[in-house]
Design a protein around this ligand. Structure first.
Ligand SMILES: Cc1ncc(COP(=O)(O)O)c(C=O)c1O
Length: 398
């Protein structure tokens, strides 16, 4: 049976000089021994030939191949950032007059792109509650080309029923694009019917908070189209990953399975202890989460419920005081992003989701006291919990 952990284990790349790590391609351009092959490569018919590193490079192909294996898709293409992947896909699939149905609880940058940017190109967007299948179906029009969602949404941790949404989409011949950044290995959207799976590699997959990166996983033809020199969004918009980074992300990918397990184990324990203390806690691994059973129906139990949880500190002042104190006590860092070895915490309403207007934040249940935790790889999470508890008591959250 398919298991992305085994897919990562089974990667076998022989370096140019027999190295256990593939050689890093350190060139922006490539020579051709015959002019005819250059023309064929431009037209996309010369497999194994490289043209120019904005198109692709050997190092980027190694990483792309590894991520396609991980997401059980035919192919993949790495980009310079997660937003580079998201904008590339949506600009490629949607042209003037087209329509996108998007989850309303998504990463703030994606929300801003859909609400303020792509609309300027004549693409219309409807935001829906992705947990309500009937609202998705209702929003679909003749012009809908894409249903866009996050498997586990940032920051509210809403869970999408990917198989059911894919079924609706197939009926209307619509592409389902899923951002799986919060749940790598745990959930495989392509196996549930998603057409395109995106990650911000910046987060869990790289895991060391030292670079930004993104990937688009999908059918071979679609990935080839994205790189088309005449009309491929990835080729023309130019959000290209650097080869040195592709090589370093590939090395970090190898430890993803054990990291995800530890992040999830620690997050579950913290979430259970916070909830037992009477803190309003949202975590898909808690039976109190409205989509706990849905998550379980889609996940691989060995990888758990991911490392992301939220608590409600009551109000912004308390949230800020708690985060500052937790940083002082070395629980982790007051920083955006996720997937680092140390715990990261931020108040999404004033940071990663600040692009979403206040009114809309309220409507979707994004309270200003909400703190998002990316739980780290802490060796002793009980010890961490005790420190957090002291901080909570000191600032009056507990
Ligand atoms: C779920 C999700 N998708 C996409 C992005 C964007 O990725 P990047 O910052 O690598 O462009 C983020 C960034 O926070 C995110 O949380």
């Amino acid at each position: 049976m398919f298991n992305p952990g085994n897919e990562i284990q089974d990667l076998q790349f022989f370096g140019e000089f027999g190295g256990v790590n593939p050689s890093i391609s350190d060139s922006s351009t490539y020579t051709f021994m015959s002019a005819k092959t250059m023309l064929d490569t431009f037209e996309g018919n010369a497999d194994g030939c490289y043209l120019y590193s904005r198109h692709t490079s050997p190092s980027n192909l190694y990483l792309s191949e590894a991520l396609a294996k991980m997401e059980a898709t035919e192919a993949a293409h790495v980009c310079g950032s997660g937003m580079g992947a998201i904008t590339g896909v949506l600009m490629h699939l949607c042209k003037i007059g087209d329509h996108i149905v998007s989850s309303r609880t998504i990463y703030g940058g994606t929300y801003a792109f859909l609400k303020n940017f792509i609309t300027g190109f004549g693409v219309n967007v409807s935001f829906v509650d992705i947990t309500k299948l009937e609202s998705i179906e209702k929003a679909i029009t003749e012009s809908t080309k894409v249903i866009y969602l996050e498997t586990v949404s940032n920051p509210l941790l809403e869970v999408a029923d990917i198989a059911a949404i894919a079924k609706i989409a197939k009926k209307h011949n619509i592409q389902v694009v899923v951002d799986n950044t919060f749940s790598p290995l745990t959930i495989s959207p392509a196996l549930l019917g998603a057409d395109i799976v995106i990650h911000s590699l910046t987060k869990y997959i790289n895991g060391s908070s030292d670079t930004v990166g993104g990937v688009i996983c999908g059918k071979k033809d679609f990935i080839t189209d994205l790189k088309n020199v005449n009309d491929g969004a990835c080729m023309l918009l130019g959000s290209t990953m650097d080869s040195l980074r592709a090589a370093s992300i590939l090395k970090n990918l190898r430890t993803l399975p054990i990291r995800v397990q530890k992040h999830s184990e620690n997050a579950l324990k913290l979430a259970q202890m916070f909830e037992a203390d009477g803190i309003k806690t949202v975590y898909p691994g808690l039976s109190s989460h409205p989509s706990h059973n849905l998550f379980k129906s889609m996940y691989r139990s060995e990888f758990g419920f991911s490392g992301m949880l939220t608590i409600d500190a009551g109000n912004l002042e308390k949230a800020n005081a708690l985060m500052e104190l937790m940083q002082q006590k070395n629980v982790g860092y007051l920083a955006v992003s996720l997937g680092f070895y140390k715990t990261l915490f931020s108040a999404p309403g004033t940071s990663t989701s600040s692009e979403i207007p206040m009114e809309e934040q309220k409507e979707m249940g994004l309270t200003d006291g909400l703190i998002r935790f990316s739980v780290g790889l802490d060796h002793d999470i009980e010890r961490t919990y005790q420190i957090i508890k002291e901080c909570m008591t000191q600032v009056g959250v507990l």
